[in-house]
Design a protein around this ligand. Structure first.
Ligand code: NAD
Length: 359
């Protein structure tokens, strides 16, 4: 029987990379009924909102979805659809595998990291108070009354909630996932020396959860700024990282850079029942419609989706096909060439075709 999967093409380069991905997945022979739903700018034009209940309902029904990136207007306009999706569907865990693929331009070799990011709270919770609003004035007055530290008149405020329950949930998810993959080490990343209450909760929750895995997975912790330096210098010595939302966002882009850039970094978001796969990169609006960008990140996201659908053999074949094309370095997009202006670089669809031929 065919798998039912919701496909959200997204904005900018999203439609191009998802067409390339779909071509590769269909070429594996795995039967998928793709239910395509518009989100982002096209949804605003058509339905007056970037994320409709119909799109959410499709994901809830199919339980598996894959998406292209969605544009978020900076500082104005609609709130991030990505954040809305994660919050509405309670996709509490963001997983970003960062593996070295031969043929990619990387500052370091042999990186083999799984990054687990908490997805629902922290500064991403969306609890923000803008300048010149009565809500901000009330909050500032309250804080100034309760705290010896004062908030300036011209400061906006974003709230950083970190709970014991969400912290334990992501850390437990990370350990269980790591065990399934046969991983050996987990590092919790935080800034608990400065944010003693919020990050303190994250660290203590991680330490507590880690006890149940003692003897199976080695646990350590690291302060986020030190982690950045460690990753640049010794990324190969780390195995799995688990982080609160904001640090997870930043560190996963850093890790994407370590394995050759956003063009090849896949991602997945998991809830208790639903899984939503997506590349780490954004909608790169300046490349829209040019058949230019690298489809690998979205295709590798589909590899993880196939594993999730228990299509392990097809996932491995697709992963190997990507590996072969990257290693050869001939039918690859501009970002994977030594010189970004190399005229032998191929387009998005041509790279996907080369991957299909290796299947
Ligand atoms: P971006 O990832 O879209 O682009 C940054 C640069 O990375 C691009 O200019 C390009 O040089 C390179 N790049 C990205 N994807 C590539 C690919 N597949 N192949 C080759 N090169 C690639 O980041 P941005 O410019 O900060 O964000 C653009 C928009 O995307 C914003 O609206 C942002 O909010 C949104 N965004 C969405 C998601 C998501 O949907 N999950 C994630 C990140 C950013």
């Amino acid at each position: 029987m065919a798998h039912q999967v919701t496909l959200l093409p997204g904005d900018g380069i999203g439609p191009e990379v998802t067409v390339a991905m779909k071509m590769c997945v269909d070429a594996t022979g795995v039967k998928i009924d793709w239910e395509v739903c518009e989100v982002g700018e096209k949804s605003v034009t058509r339905y007056g909102q970037p994320l409709t209940e119909a799109a959410l309902e499709s994901i809830r029904r199919n339980k598996t979805a894959i998406k292209g990136p969605i544009t978020t207007p900076i500082g104005k306009g609609f709130r991030s659809v990505n954040v809305q999706l994660r919050q509405s569907l309670d996709l509490f865990a963001c997983v970003r595998p960062c593996f070295y693929y031969e043929g990619t331009k990387t500052p370091v070799k042999n990186v083999n990291l799984m990054v687990f990011r908490e997805n629902t709270e922290d500064l991403y919770a969306g609890i923000e108070f803008d300048l010149n609003t009565p809500e901000l004035a009330r909050l500032r007055a309250l804080i100034n009354e309760m705290s010896p530290k004062k908030v300036k008149e011209d400061a906006a405020i974003s709230i950083k909630p970190i709970s014991v329950s969400a912290s334990k949930r992501i850390v437990k998810f990370a350990f269980d996932y790591a065990l399934r993959l046969g991983r050996k080490k987990m590092t919790a990343v935080h800034k608990a020396n400065i944010m003693k209450f919020t990050d303190g909760i994250f660290l203590r929750s991680a330490q507590e959860v880690a006890q149940a895995y003692a003897g199976r997975i080695e646990f350590s912790d690291c302060i986020v700024d030190n982690m950045c330096m460690q990753l640049v210098q010794h990324a190969h010595t780390y195995d799995c990282l688990v982080l609160p939302n904001l640090y997870g966002d930043i560190i996963s882009d850093l890790c994407a850079g370590l394995v050759g850039g956003l063009g090849i970094a896949p991602g997945a978001n998991y809830g208790d029942e639903i899984a939503l796969f997506e590349p780490v990169h954004g909608s790169a609006p300046k490349y829209t419609g040019q058949n230019k960008v690298n489809p690998t990140a979205t295709i590798l996201s589909a590899v993880w989706m196939l594993r999730h659908l228990k299509e392990e053999a097809a996932a491995t074949r697709l992963d190997n096909a990507v590996r072969a094309v990257l290693k050869e370095g001939r039918h690859v997009t501009y970002d994977l060439k030594a010189d970004r202006n190399d005229p032998t670089a191929v387009g998005t669809l041509q790279m996907a075709e080369a991957i299909c031929k290796k299947l």
